[in-house]
Design a protein around this ligand. Sequence first.
Ligand SMILES: [Zn+2]
Length: 198
Amino acid sequence: MAPEFTNSLLVSDGARCVIFDAWGRADAWEKLLARRGMRPVAIYATHGHADHISAAPDLAARYNIPWFLNQLDVPLVLWGNQILDFWGLPRIADDFVRPHDLRPGRVKILDDIDMEIIASPGHSLGGVMFYFPEYKILLTGDTIFRDGVGRTDLPGGDEKVLRQSIANLMARDLPDDTHLIHGHGDDSIMGAVKSVFC
Ligand SMILES: [Zn+2]
């Protein structure tokens, strides 16, 4: 998937924010955050492919903040440099700031925003989704898209595992009006996705 179509997300309570899938250049993020008057406090990654983490280690160092990635995807971090070269983007340094592990369960981001981390392997070994129950928003990463499922031909990909992750998500029966933000492409809603996968 072309990099310009990666969806990054900022969740903010005003002055502070959390970044999801910090794609692109750290310099560009720094300018954007300064322009919006926001200070990042953490970075979360749905998975370890370069187009979802390219700016994360650098931003973590610049702002002295943690970044989170499931440990099973940590080997993908430097593997992604060949892709960053291809796109003409800055490489991730060999001594990059190590991510904190990301395990399934509930966490609080910012002061009062609850988030559930949902294991979703298949596109990569350590892929996760992020669910905000109060806001009915689900970040799917590259597990599913508006018009299909994630590719499984990259390292750690496994089609059977991906299908099981999607089946597990459908079994949760999230509200039909849950807003889905995918790793690439347009958003969708849960009701439409259920009609495809259930
Ligand atoms: Zn990916």
